[in-house]
Ligand binder design. Structure first.
Ligand SMILES: Nc1nc2c(ncn2[C@@H]2O[C@H](COP(=O)(O)OP(=O)(O)OP(=O)(O)O)[C@@H](O)[C@H]2O)c(=O)[nH]1
Ligand SMILES: [Mg+2]
Length: 305
């Protein structure tokens, strides 16, 4: 810590070192800069922090450009919620993709069966999530680029040794979810031990036990995947009609204007009156303006001229 640094700075610095994704690091660096001591002797520190911030911002820009221009190496165009499934060969990636999505990859006990990225769509409470199986991390076809740009990474493991190995190779900007699969092959005691180790040594990870054969933990996993994207769902409706079946997917705290513009570009200018129901409303049917910030599972009604 620099001289005369405030406790806020110390706190921000600690959080920065705990940050896992580049996005989080950027956020924490900004926080550090905002609370850094502003005197002559800390000029160097501030310079260093700014350089680091620029470097991380550059990384994100490059990754975004790469995935936009080529759809990654895979030719898959990224949607608003994308997770990749990674793991060593035979860990059960194809089995999981097949269980969660419409994709039908070949499942087999032969090693390195999957040799290219496979896309499946997972429906979740009216939304659609892209799930991609990547060839095994220990295969020559492992696709670093797609893993780097995905919003979330499902680390599929059968034991802790695999997690250690994957951790040492993994580079990503996405949220990480550790999924311990084939739990049908574990005794209760083994499960409890693994859980205890994960809770104490891998505190920063979300984790879940599943079995594709016994179909255990699947609902829990789906929810964790959706939550990892940190998006909100907003239903729209027309006056005197039912709400839409499929919610729009937006960034947290998106406002009414963004919802209108997502329906149709320029639509917000045609809106005469907006009413809302749900978590962000003070009472059902509250009238709000275009700047009103929404919450997950709100319903928005637009009346047009
Ligand atoms: N007991 C048990 N076996 C499973 C489970 N999930 C997958 N398997 C078996 O594990 C083997 C490998 O499954 P895959 O889904 O093909 O594994 P993968 O990770 O896609 O393998 P590669 O693409 O070849 O690297 C198959 O024999 C599956 O039947 C599970 O939950 N429990
Ligand atoms: Mg496979």
């Amino acid at each position: 810590m620099p001289v005369n640094a405030s406790p806020e700075y110390g706190h921000a610095e600690k959080e920065y070192h705990l940050a896992k994704t580049t996005e989080e690091k950027i956020e924490k660096l900004k926080k550090m800069l905002s609370v850094a001591p502003k005197h002559k002797s800390s000029e160097n520190l501030i310079k260093q922090l700014r350089t680091r911030l620029k470097k991380f911002q550059g990384e994100i820009e490059r990754a975004k450009k790469l995935s936009k221009s080529r759809g990654g190496k895979t030719g898959i165009k990224k949607s608003e919620m994308q997770a990749v499934i990674i793991g060593v060969t035979n860990s059960g990636k194809s089995s999981l993709l097949s269980l969660l999505t419409n994709a039908r990859p070949k499942i087999s006990e032969i090693n390195f069966e999957t040799t290219r990225a496979i896309l499946g769509m997972m429906p979740y409470q009216g939304t659609q999530i892209q799930l991609i199986e990547i060839p095994a991390i220990d295969s020559e076809f492992y696709d670093k680029g797609t893993v780097y740009t995905a919003d979330s990474v499902i680390i599929l493991i059968q034991n802790l040794e695999e997690l250690k190995k994957i951790e040492s190779l993994l580079q990503t900007n996405g949220k990480e979810i550790v999924v311990l699969t084939k739990s049908d092959l574990l005794s209760e005691l083994e499960k409890r031990r693994l859980e205890a180790t994960l809770k104490s040594k891998y505190k920063n990870y979300e984790f879940v036990f599943i079995s594709c054969i016994a179909r255990e933990g699947i609902g829990d996993l789906k929810e964790k995947i959706f939550k990892s994207f940190n998006k909100i769902r907003v239903y729209t409706k027309e006056p005197r009609k039912e709400k839409s079946n499929n919610p729009l997917v937006l960034e947290p705290e998106a406002n009414v204007k963004e919802v209108a513009e997502k329906i149709l570009k320029g639509f917000s200018e045609k809106v005469k009156e907006t009413k809302i129901w749900g978590p962000s409303s003070k009472f059902p049917g509250q009238k709000v303006g275009l700047q009103h910030k929404l919450k997950d599972l709100d319903i928005v009604e637009f009346k047009t001229r």
